[in-house]
Design a protein around this ligand. Sequence first.
Ligand code: GDP
Ligand code: ZN
Length: 376
Amino acid sequence: MSNDNSNTSMISLGWDQHFEKHFEPYSPDGLVPGRVEAEHRNLYRVVCECGHFSAEVSGRFINSAVSRGDYPAVGDWVVMNLLEKEQKGIIQAVLERKSCFSRKAVLSGGMPDTGGKTAEQVLAANIDTVFLVSGLDNNFNIRRIERYVTVAYNSGATPVIILNKADLRDDLDECVSEVQEIAAGVDVLAVSAASHAGLDALQRYLAVGKTVAFLGSSGVGKSTIINTLLGEQRLKTREVSGEDSRGRHTTTHRELIVLPGGGVVIDTPGMREISLWDDTGGLQKAFDDIEAFARQCRFHDCTHESEPGCAVQAALADGRLDAARFGNYVKLQKEISAFAIRKDKQLYRQTTRERDKKHRRYFKEMQKVNKKFRER
Ligand code: GDP
Ligand code: ZN
């Protein structure tokens, strides 16, 4: 990465000081950094300063991975050996993520055995800004936006709320302020992908090297917005990917796209469907107003149901807190804890299975030892 040109392209892919620092220990070994643009059944497409490569993880990588979440995902910066002749990369490590969207659920198949410790699947990594897209048609739903904000905060990426299909409403200001009220500190933009109105405002988040992803239900206009951002370059992007894909990987389409005007878009099917999560503080952040009331409750473990001195109930009573918002908060909290319990149960079953396996192995060994002992 000594020449300026390639440096620029690394930067346009999102390379920065964070990754530079984490890459340092690997650079003396002749390894190169690259960013994962697509993943398909443990085969990766990686872009680096030498071009686009197919890549697999090394045997050592598989041995040291403890969870599914340790494996590369779209958006990850990985460290690889390049086998120039075979046009193939061998991934040795994943550089520390700045943010990641993951699905922590009961998943089976697809991945090599990782010891079954956790079943976290990373859907996309190193996203700076996540566009939470809603349609201003009958899709407009404040409670759903609250849910998306929670998911976004859990990822570590910065949420920006996009209200699309602005052309269908004439009460835009009301819509925007209604959303601003439930998402303090989050930018809210009304746009129309159809007429391109307001789309310029997205450029602010799409500076060179900045990565964005889109979240939102089907039909809200995510593809339309992405296509507009891609402009005429879209076809060219496809051509390039067709030209340099080789052999069996030709069908893998790219899910990480560098926009002609700068900025990187990550669009994976998994991201679009994200619904489950386990909470890493996103709920507190998304509902910090409720958390602030809760801190004033008389009892620190107040359930805000019928305890005396409950500041949340007081806020509900005098209208400082909206009942529907509080209802949604309780609902999301329940979902998260139900999910945590399910995960615990799964973990319990797994560890029990592993323990039984170990016991059986131990028992067999002992039988052998005893047999030898008797034969003496
Ligand atoms: P996705 O599922 O989120 O990717 O949504 P699409 O981009 O496929 O859009 C779904 C539908 O909404 C399509 O029929 C689009 O033409 C339409 N659509 C997208 N953006 C707008 C918009 O700004 N205004 C209107 N009226 N329709 C839009
Ligand atoms: Zn309370």
